[in-house]
Design a protein around this ligand. Structure first.
Ligand SMILES: Cc1cc2nc3c(=O)[nH]c(=O)nc-3n(C[C@H](O)[C@H](O)[C@H](O)COP(=O)(O)OP(=O)(O)OC[C@H]3O[C@@H](n4cnc5c(N)ncnc54)[C@H](O)[C@@H]3O)c2cc1C
Ligand code: SF4
Length: 603
């Protein structure tokens, strides 16, 4: 079974999955490895990470000095296509014009979704993150705990290949022995910050990233991941052997032609296709989940973007993995006499309780780094270290004014300079003049790589003022109603940003940095707008009962038993961790349950 066109659709499938990113990819992988016949609908075009990425082109190779084009909104080298904050013909709206109530929505319309381009930071949620109400008296407890997801975190990490170390941290769980790949060495700026950060209690440890630092163990991992399934073991072993470890010299946002880093196609879709149980239909924009008179899902209506025609695909089970808010949009657009307010929305909670990470950043010039000897700092794309949240005692004692916490990600390094690397050098030189000639070269050498900065990403608890709904009038180019967002920061979030600013400033000053702190008076200008961190989740949250949530603990909608969600929509709340590893672990867990239910004849 291959990548198909709408003319070669089969009459029916066991399962239809909408979306080919992290959640859709993981679901397709798990199901097809066990023999389930799957159709994947993907709104974007086919994309081949092995041949299409501009991984090996130097800045000087980029046409027009690498500027963006309508198709490549992030410039020549960026591997994302038809993606970004604004996609032509596919608008969304904000209910309020006020800056502090804005939500920004980053979407990726290509095979593999945002996994082609993401930062690959892969942190596990901890036990406290699944129980915020029990722990802090705020937010919603998940109906599951860390122990329910832990085996799936292990499985995803083994499949995908995540490097990192086990540090025994409170609420940043270790992986099981032998699961993680070895972490690369820290870079100079990270080691320097690690040393000086101790003065202010900042613990700096290797980050976890979905990048191979050595070949995957194709002799033992497949049997661990697929016991008693010889075919799956053979296919996975073959695909693990096709992946090379990172050679440390390119930018992962360009995509990875040697398959060292995780993207959905490399890790999930290629082996899933090799099972011959998967059909993938690109350029298929899902519009509506269809249901029968009994309220069971029967399939998905979609627009074939190659000719604008509406088509229908039939299946016994539907899984939405279109990214959290797109799945919400599909539910809201799937109206019927049985579900006049949108599918699976008898609780009225579809679209409610969206969250993103709470974030702000501070940077500094570090004089100690000036005129650093030239040295090679190549490595996996992005930093090799991070600052996990460790102030759990202060949380426990209610000293902070906000529940949860945040982790810090680095901006530092002396990797291959980009086209704009000398921007701002005249400002550092202090004379305000335009530099050229010998002085420009000297200053470029003196100042290159002597900045250090941190961006915080923290827990946002769901609140009633943050939700999305269908815009009453606006439709996209396919005639599908678009989303309108409402966004509200709570005092918890604002207090957290104040704490972020103070703590990062102290950390940078401890490292001898010349810091330009952002103003606390205008906290909304200091923090990143909603959606900017691109960790939006929620909108179809899971819970203990059908009155107050959209799905049960298996991401199965309460109202429609053969309808499941496999992206971030069922998140009951966020953590001080990035969400994607958890999306994949939950998708695997959901897919196992789905297969059990199929076998029992319950779906
Ligand atoms: C620059 C960047 C950096 C990031 N860094 C990190 C990081 O370091 N760590 C982390 O955890 N997360 C990170 N993220 C977030 C991460 O990419 C997402 O959490 C993750 O990709 C979500 O997976 P998903 O499957 O829900 O959605 P996606 O990966 O967005 O995939 C959804 C797919 O569904 C398709 N689709 C949408 N609507 C329809 C429709 N109606 N019909 C058919 N198909 C549809 C889309 O085209 C897309 O291919 C980053 C994101 C970006 C953009
Ligand atoms: S740094 Fe490594 S993982 Fe990233 S694109 Fe380059 S080779 Fe691939």
């Amino acid at each position: 079974m291959p990548v198909i066109t709408s003319n070669t659709l089969k009459d029916t499938y066991d399962v239809i999955i909408v979306g080919s990113g992290a959640g859709g990819g993981q679901t397709a992988y798990t199901l097809t490895m066990e023999g389930v016949k799957v159709l994947m609908l993907e709104a974007g075009r086919s994309f081949d990470p092995a041949t299409e990425v501009a991984m090996f082109q130097l800045p000087s190779h980029a046409p027009l000095r690498g500027v963006s084009t309508p198709d490549k909104q992030y410039g020549f080298h960026d591997c994302s296509i038809n993606s970004g904050w604004n996609i032509p013909g596919e608008p969304y709206t904000n209910a309020s014009p006020e800056p502090e109530h804005q939500f920004r929505w980053w979407r990726q319309r290509m095979m593999g979704g945002r996994t082609n381009h993401w930062g690959r930071i892969s942190l596990r949620n901890g036990p406290y993150d699944f129980k915020p109400r029990t722990r802090f008296g705020a937010g919603f407890d998940w109906p599951i705990g860390y122990e329910d997801v832990a085996p799936y975190y292990d499985k995803v990490e083994m499949l995908v290949g995540v490097f990192g170390t086990n540090e025994g941290l409170e609420n940043s769980p270790d992986s099981s022995p032998g699961v993680l790949q070895p972490a690369p060495k820290l870079r100079v700026g990270e080691l320097y910050a690690q040393k000086h950060g101790q003065k202010v209690g900042a613990k700096i440890v290797p980050i976890h990233r979905a990048v191979l630092t050595k070949p995957q163990d194709a002799d033992t991992l497949p049997a661990k991941l697929h016991p008693k399934n010889a075919k799956a073991q053979r296919i996975l072993a073959e695909h693990m052997r096709m992946r090379a470890p990172c050679f440390w010299a390119t930018d992962c946002h360009r995509g990875c032609a040697i398959r060292a880093n995780y993207d959905s196609q490399t890790v999930h879709l290629r082996p899933a296709l090799a099972t011959e149980n998967l059909d993938i239909l690109p350029n298929a924009m899902a519009r509506e989940v269809t249901i029968d008179k009994q309220g069971k899902a029967t399939g998905v209506t979609f627009i074939d973007k190659t000719n604008g025609q509406e088509r229908h695909a039939a299946g016994r089970v539907v899984v939405l993995a279109a990214s959290s808010q797109e799945s919400v949009r599909l539910l809201l657009n799937s109206k019927s006499a049985l579900f006049p307010h949108g599918l699976a929305n008898s609780s009225g909670k579809v679209g409610k309780y969206i969250t993103d990470s709470v974030s702000s950043s501070v940077g500094a010039h570090i004089p100690a780094f000036e005129n650093m000897p030239v040295h090679n700092e190549d490595g996996a794309g992005g930093p090799h270290a991070y600052v996990p949240w460790t102030l759990h005692d202060q949380n426990r004692n209610g000293e902070l004014g906000f529940p949860g916490g945040y982790h810090l990600e680095f901006t530092t390094g002396r990797q291959m300079p980009s086209l704009t690397v000398v921007n701002g050098i005249d400002r550092l030189a202090g004379d305000g003049g335009v530099l050229y000639g010998k002085r420009l070269k000297e200053d470029a050498r003196r100042f290159y790589g002597c900045n250090l900065g941190f961006g915080a990403q923290g827990t946002m608890l769901p609140n009633d003022g943050t939700y999305c709904e269908l815009d009453p009038t606006l439709k996209d180019q396919w005639g599908i109603p678009v989303l309108r967002f409402h966004w509200k920061w709570t005092d918890f979030d604002l207090n957290q940003v104040r704490h972020q600013q103070k703590f990062i400033t102290e950390l940078l000053q401890a490292a001898g940095g010349k810091v330009s702190p952002k103003t606390e008076a205008d906290i909304f200008k200091t923090m990143k707008p909603g959606g900017s961190v691109i960790h939006e989740v929620g909108g179809a949250i899971m819970g203990e009962d059908r009155e107050t949530s959209v799905t049960n603990q298996w991401s199965q909608t309460w109202d429609v038993k053969n309808l499941f969600l496999a992206d971030g929509a069922p998140f009951a709340s966020t953590a001080d961790k990035n969400p994607t590893l958890t999306i994949m672990a939950l998708a695997w867990r959901m897919a196992d349950h789905l297969m059990d239910e199929l076998k029992k004849g319950n779906l």
